[in-house]
Design a protein around this ligand. Structure first.
Ligand SMILES: Nc1ncnc2c1ncn2[C@@H]1O[C@H](COP(=O)(O)OP(=O)(O)O)[C@@H](O)[C@H]1O
Ligand SMILES: [Mg+2]
Length: 176
C-alpha cells in the first residue's frame, strides 16, 4: 500500500490538542473514525497493544474496522463479544481484536491463553477494564466519547512505542 492511499487530511484538520503524550481528535462522522483506524494501520507494527475505552456504540469496533480495511481486509469486522477474541492474519501481520464486554472473570483470559496473543501481534482490546490485572500494559490507550452527532477521541501514549505512534500520526500537523 502506498502512502497516498491513506486519507489523512480530514483527521489532521480536526486535531484540537496535542501534548507530549495525549492527543484529542474530533471524529465528526463514522468515516472519520474509519480514517483514524486507517492512519493507525499506516503507523503501527507488532508488538503493539491498543486499549479502546468507550460506551457501547462509541465507535471502538469502527476504529478497528478502519484499521483492518486499510490493511486490505475485506471481510466482516464485528465485535467478538461472545468469542472474546477474533484473530486476523493480514499481510504477514498477526492482529487480535479483543472485546471483553462479556468477560465475567478476568481469569478466563488465562484459560484462553491470552498471554501468548500479546507477544508479537497487534492487539486491540475493547473493554480492557474488564480484564484488569490480567492484561499486559498497553502502548496506547484510546477513549471514545459521544460529542453532538460525532465523537471525540482521546489517545494517551503509555510507552516509547506509543509515544512514537502519536508523534508520527501528528507529525504532518506541525506544518499544517
Ligand atoms: N465519529 C463518529 N461519528 C458518528 N457515528 C460514529 C462515529 N464513529 C462510529 N460511529 C457509529 O457508531 C456506531 C457504533 O459503532 P461501534 O464501532 O460498533 O461501537 P462500539 O464498538 O464502541 O460499541 C456505528 O453505527 C458507527 O457507524
Ligand atoms: Mg464493539
Amino acid at each position: 500500500m502506498t502512502h497516498g492511499q491513506i486519507p489523512t487530511a480530514p483527521i489532521l484538520k480536526s486535531v484540537i490538542l496535542k501534548t507530549m503524550s495525549t492527543l484529542r481528535i474530533l471524529l465528526k462522522n463514522e468515516q472519520a473514525t474509519l480514517d483514524f483506524g486507517a492512519r493507525l494501520a499506516e503507523t503501527i507494527g507488532p508488538p503493539c497493544i491498543v486499549f479502546l475505552h468507550g460506551e457501547l456504540g462509541a465507535g471502538k469496533t469502527t476504529l478497528v474496522r478502519g484499521f483492518l480495511r486499510a490493511l486490505g481486509y475485506t471481510g466482516q469486522v464485528k465485535s467478538p463479544t461472545y468469542t472474546l477474541v477474533e484473530p486476523y492474519k493480514i499481510a504477514d501481520k498477526q492482529i487480535y481484536h479483543f472485546d471483553l464486554y462479556r468477560l465475567e472473570n478476568p481469569e478466563e483470559l488465562e484459560l484462553i491463553g491470552a498471554r501468548d496473543y500479546f507477544q508479537n501481534a497487534i492487539c486491540f482490546v475493547e473493554w480492557p477494564e474488564k480484564g484488569k490485572n490480567y492484561l499486559p500494559s498497553p502502548d496506547i490507550v484510546c477513549y471514545l466519547d459521544f460529542k453532538n452527532s460525532g465523537r471525540v477521541l482521546k489517545c494517551e501514549s503509555k510507552s516509547k512505542t506509543g509515544e512514537y505512534i502519536t508523534n508520527v500520526i501528528l507529525k504532518p500537523c506541525s506544518s499544517d
